[in-house]
Design a protein. Structure first.
Length: 328
């Protein structure tokens, strides 16, 4: 009997420890603001529906902004904090200098502050705006459990160190995603966001003009595609024109991105890298061969998983009054 009691006590202790370890994620919940700010999610959705049609390309920007935020100190809206005289913030790091739409986030936050002062975090605003703009422009829906709190630290150097650059090979991608608790399947699925939006020549021009430092072209890039880019977009090594990441389909959230990967037409080296590993290549092939509904469902699961990375909840961080400024 004593041995059974001891065993039960040990098991109960283990269960409690597991509960404590998982408590941070458990504190995120669907409808977190149901009592404290019942109209919060409707305010976000209504604003998106009223304004995204004026600039539908912002959907691609927000999903990138959300991704870049979560990879640095977790999903805490630190990417929204402005640089000060004594600190260069994440938004001014090289990977984030082409982000835009900060005013859109600020306007949503202002509406929420007017409705429920000091209640809804900027981290949740960014998460909800990302999902709602993607859905409003024809992309997949995913659940966004809320309850995130905002970070108070934002460092440019950390963004540069943690956000996967477009020049990444597969090993580096796997490491940087792994650091955030994401696996190869998440890597392949989240890369699918490149089915919408644009890039600049500076993000991949070495693949066209100086891949190994001797003025050569990346041999893994389809020659006809490379020639087309040189002729029409990145006409010189210093050109920084805008280029569709998914040519001919950049406004549609579909499987075209993956089909292009198999034709060696991924724009970034990091895109091409997905075909260099047998596991990731197999996942790409499976997506291309499957129905769009399956991709949408799996992408949704990966987005929800990403949205939980190192979130601050409870008494951690703060609820910023303005998204660009830490509370004084």
């Amino acid at each position: 009997m004593k041995m059974r009691q001891l065993t039960s006590l040990v098991l109960a202790t283990i269960v409690c420890l597991i509960g404590l370890i998982g408590s941070t994620q458990a504190q995120l919940q669907l409808g977190f603001y149901a009592n404290s700010c019942p109209n919060a999610e409707k305010i976000v959705l209504d604003f998106v529906h009223q304004h995204i049609h004026n600039a539908p390309s912002l959907a691609a920007t927000f999903i990138r902004m959300h991704f870049h935020d979560c990879f640095v100190r977790g999903c805490d809206a630190s990417v929204l904090i402005n640089t000060t005289s004594n600190n260069q913030a994440e938004k001014d790091a090289p990977p984030n200098r082409t982000l835009r739409g900060f005013d859109f986030i600020d306007r949503v936050k202002s509406l929420l502050e007017a409705e429920c002062p000091g209640v809804v975090s900027c981290a949740d605003v960014l998460s909800l705006v990302t999902r709602d703009t993607i859905v409003a422009t024809g992309g997949p829906y995913w659940e966004v459990p809320t309850g995130r709190r905002d970070g108070v630290i934002s460092r440019s150097s950390e963004a540069t160190a943690n956000i996967p650059p477009p020049s990444s090979n597969f090993s580096r991608l796997q490491t940087l995603f792994g650091n955030q608790g994401l696996d190869v399947k998440d890597l392949v699925l989240l890369s699918g966001a490149h089915t919408i939006g644009i890039a600049h020549c500076s993000s991949f021009r070495n693949r066209l003009y100086n891949f190994t430092g001797v003025g050569n072209q990346d041999p893994s890039l389809d020659p006809r595609y490379a020639a087309n880019l040189k002729a029409n977009k990145c006409k010189t090594p210093t050109d920084n024109s805008k280029v569709e990441m998914d040519p001919g389909s950049r406004k549609t959230f579909d499987l075209s991105y993956y089909s292009l990967l198999l034709k060696r037409r991924g724009l970034f080296q990091s895109d091409s890298a997905l075909t260099k590993d047998l596991t990731s290549l197999g996942l790409v092939q499976k997506l291309v061969e499957g129905p769009i509904e399956e991709f949408f469902a799996e992408f949704a699961a990966a987005m929800e998983k990403m949205g939980r990375i190192n979130v601050k909840t409870g008494t951690e961080g703060e609820i910023r009054k303005r998204c660009g400024v830490v509370n004084s």
